[in-house]
Design a protein around this ligand. Structure first.
Ligand code: HEC
Length: 197
């Protein structure tokens, strides 16, 4: 497991480094930038001091990356946890697959776009990622996961909108690899019991 985790992480770090070079946070209109900074400030305000300290210590490049990710979402919840959002994402993912399987590209495209613009949980993503991961090195992988999941979901939606279900289907693997890689990196096996020897 360690090994797979390492390989996945290395692949995605490489991917994210490539993507980081083309990051377009500078290209963002100033009003949008200001709005996102406001949202981030609000999220930081909800965090406990130990997490706040870690977030404030992040480099400008990491903060820019977080902002770039946030800029691709416009649905925020003031109560849903990441776990709840993940179940919602899972439902969109399944609906997207159904759309492909029944050759109903409109369902596939709409579900893929819902997935790509998934809700942001209360106080943002960081409170759910583990305190040990809130540093520049660990968070750099997010860019790769984001392109694999959200980026490929948008490509899938575009192919479905063009009526090409076969091409749309070809992106499912990229999306799934992104989900799995992020889980291997930040989550591990869900529901493990501390009461088993
Ligand atoms: C940015 C990293 C990341 C990406 C990308 C990601 N997940 Fe998750 N996912 C998590 C984390 C972290 C958790 C654990 C959350 C917790 O327990 O608080 C999780 C948990 C889950 C769970 C389990 C929820 C539970 O009740 O334990 C499901 C199901 C899930 N994700 C589905 C998906 C699907 C489907 C995708 C891809 C379309 C995806 N995730 C992409 C980070 C990610």
């Amino acid at each position: 497991m360690k090994n797979i985790k390492h390989i996945l992480a290395t692949t995605f770090v490489a991917l994210s480094l490539t993507a980081a070079c083309t990051a377009s946070a500078e290209g963002m209109p100033p009003e949008k930038m200001k709005q996102l900074q406001g949202i981030m400030q609000q999220q930081i305000g909800m965090m406990k001091p130990e997490l706040q300290k870690k977030v404030k210590a992040l480099s400008p490049a990491t903060k820019k990356l977080l902002m770039k990710i946030l800029s691709q979402h416009n649905r925020y919840s003031d109560r849903a946890t990441l776990r709840q959002v993940m179940h919602e994402v899972q439902s969109d993912y399944q609906s997207m697959l159904t759309g492909i399987m029944i050759d109903h590209p409109e369902q596939a495209a709409d579900s893929a776009m819902r997935l790509a613009n998934h809700r942001i949980p209360v106080a943002g993503l960081l409170p759910y990622m583990g305190l040990e991961n809130i540093n520049d090195g660990q968070l750099a992988v997010l860019d790769g996961f984001n392109s694999a999941v959200e980026g490929s979901a948008k490509k899938l939606a575009a192919a479905a909108r063009a009526g090409d279900t076969t091409k749309a289907a070809s992106y499912v693997g990229d999306i799934t690899s992104g989900c799995v890689a992020c889980h291997a990196f930040f989550r591990g096996q869900p529901g493990k019991s501390s009461l088993i020897k």
